[in-house]
Design a protein around this ligand. Structure first.
Ligand code: COA
Length: 197
């Protein structure tokens, strides 16, 4: 979507920036990994298709994406976004019956960047953006049965299991935006987030 095209969100450990054409070659190189394709339920794309995908994420009003940067590398490399790219975080407003619902997707592609709290912080920042800017009232996630890390992350954030699909081998989780969650997110991200438009 166009709404975040000029938005940069600074967290404590990560910085979220809009997905631009300059990010595509590194993103495309990540998505050559069989492990990442399987864990994220993605298909392998040609480079040209990934460029088209980047434009689609920008113009499709049902999709919102940010590239996740390692803040430390970003600051010490004088804002070199390519050198600091570690993953992406997405919202997909794919529920035709509920325009205030979005599926959250997170990927920390760089293996050295995993287990450092980047994924958790990026999802929290994206949820705050979704609630404040997109007026979302519900988040969902679909996670493969064997992806214990991702299940651990979403459960830790309060997502609860709503169904399981043996066909797709995945669990569906949901988190409703309550007043309690709003306040909790506000507290958790108050010192964390600084948005630049
Ligand atoms: C899953 C993923 C997003 C987690 O991001 P991360 O930055 O490595 O995770 P964090 O360091 O932020 O950890 C956040 C929470 O996740 C859970 N978690 C992380 N590693 C875990 C592990 N090995 N086992 C169980 N839970 C784990 C914990 O609850 C952790 O919180 P805690 O450290 O306070 O206990 C990341 O590993 C990744 O992108 N993997 C490959 C792609 C993928 O699986 N994407 C998700 C598709 S649904």
């Amino acid at each position: 979507m166009l709404i975040n095209k000029n938005t940069i969100i600074h967290g404590e450990k990560v910085v979220l920036v809009p997905y631009e054409a300059e990010h595509v070659p590194k993103y495309h190189s990540w998505m050559q990994s069989e492990e990442l394709l399987q864990l994220t339920g993605s298909e392998r794309l040609e480079l040209e298709e990934e460029y088209a995908n980047q434009i689609s994420w920008r113009v499709d009003e049902k999709k919102c994406t940010f590239i996740v940067l390692d803040k430390n590398v970003y600051l010490t490399s004088k804002h070199d976004e390519i050198a600091s790219m570690v993953g992406d975080v997405n919202l997909f407003l794919n529920d035709d019956d509920n325009v205030h619902s979005a599926e959250v997707e997170i990927m920390i592609a760089e293996t050295d960047a995993r287990g450092k709290g980047f994924g958790k912080e990026a999802v929290l920042m994206m949820m705050k953006f979704g609630i404040d800017i997109l007026k979302l009232q519900e988040f969902t996630a679909k996670i493969g049965f064997s992806n214990t890390k991702s299940l651990g992350l979403f459960r830790k954030l309060g997502f609860e299991e709503v169904s399981k699909s043996d066909v797709f081998q995945e669990t569906s989780l949901k988190l409703l935006v309550t007043e309690f969650l709003r306040n909790d997110l506000q507290k958790q991200t108050y010192e964390l987030i600084k948005t630049t438009n």
